[in-house]
Design a protein around this ligand. Sequence first.
Ligand code: SAH
Ligand code: SF4
Length: 350
Amino acid sequence: MKANIKDFDPAELEGFISELGEKPFRAKQIGTWIFAKSVCKFSEMTDLSLSFREKLEQSAEIKSTLTLTCEKESIDGTKKYLFELFDGNKIESVLIPEGRRNTLCISSQVGCAMGCTFCLTARVGKIRNLSCSEIVDQYLTINKLNGGSITNIVYMGMGEPLDNLENTIRSIRVFTNSNYIGLSPKRITVSTSGLVNKIKELGEKININLSVSLNAPSDAIRSEIMPINKRFPISTLLEECKRFPILKRKYLTFEYVIIKDLNDSIRDANELAKLLKGIKCKINLIPFNEADPISYKTPPVQRVLDFQKILSSYGLNVKIRKSRGADILGACGQLAASYPLDKKIKEVVH
Ligand code: SAH
Ligand code: SF4
C-alpha cells in the first residue's frame, strides 16, 4: 500500500524521502507544496526533478479522506461541520468566531473511551483513533471554506487527544512547522481529561498550551463523573500539571463544567480554590450544556456567578465560558456526530 504523505510528521517525511535516496531538504519542499500552497499532485511540484516525482508517484500518495457531509451555522455564528471518514465513520469539528479570533475545535478520535457521565461523546464509546491526516484535514478543509481565517486550534472536539497521543503530536508538528502550516504553538491548545502519564510525555515531546478538564473539587465527585479519576486522582494530576512546561506569557487552563447540584455549591468553590491556589493557571467555568439523554441540569446563572466570585476572591483568574453553538448541538460535550446514544457508558480500564 502507498504511504499517505499527510500521515507523516515533518521529521518522518524526511526519513521517508531519505529512504527514496533523496536529500532530506526535499521533504520541506513537498511539505510547502501540500500545506502552504495546497498542491496535492506530485506532478505539479515543479522544483523536484522529474525522476524523483515519478519515484514519489510509485511509492506514495497525497490523500484527503474526509468528506464534508453537513454544515450547520448557529445564530451566534458558530459553525459545525460533519465529516464522513473513508470507513463510513463520522466526526465533527466546530468553528467558533470570537472577535478577531477564529478558533477551530477539532476531533482526535471517533467517539471517546473515557466515559465521562456528562458528555455526549462518551455515549458513542471509542470507535477508533483518527490518523494524523484525518486530524489535519479537518483544519485544511474548514480553513479553505472560511477564506484562510482560522487563527487558533483547540483539541476539544470528539475524543481524548492524549488517548491518541502519537497522532496528536504528529498533527501538532504539521500545524506548527514553519514550512508547513506555520501556526504558532501559542495558538494551539490540547485539552485532556487527565491521562497523567501522557501529560508527562506530551510535555517532554512538544510545547503547546495544555487545558485540563478538572470538573470537580474532590476525588469523590470527580470519580463519580470522570472514571479516569479512579486511576489518576486529583493530587497526582495536579502534581503532573505543575511540572508541565508552560509557554512564555501563557497559563495552564483548568476547565470546570459546572453542573446543577453536583459540583456548583459554595463549598465546592472554596474547595476548588484551595486546590488551585499557587498554581499559575486560568479557570474556565463552563455551564453544563444540556443534551438528551443526559439528565444533568445547567445551574441558575446566579449560582455560576457566585461560584466565580468565590474563586476570584482567592486571587484566581476565572472566566465563565459562554455556551456557543448550543442550538446546533455544537457546544462542549454535545458532539456525537449523529451516532445513536443508547449505549450504556462502560467503565474503561486503560
Ligand atoms: N477529551 C478532552 C477534550 C474534549 S472534551 C477533555 O475531556 O478535555 C472538551 C471539553 O468539553 C472538556 O473540558 C469537557 O469537560 C467539556 N464538556 C463535556 N461535556 C460537556 C457538557 N455537556 N457541557 C459542557 N461542557 C462539557
Ligand atoms: Fe471524552 Fe472529554 Fe467527553 Fe470525557 S469530556 S468523555 S474525555 S470527550
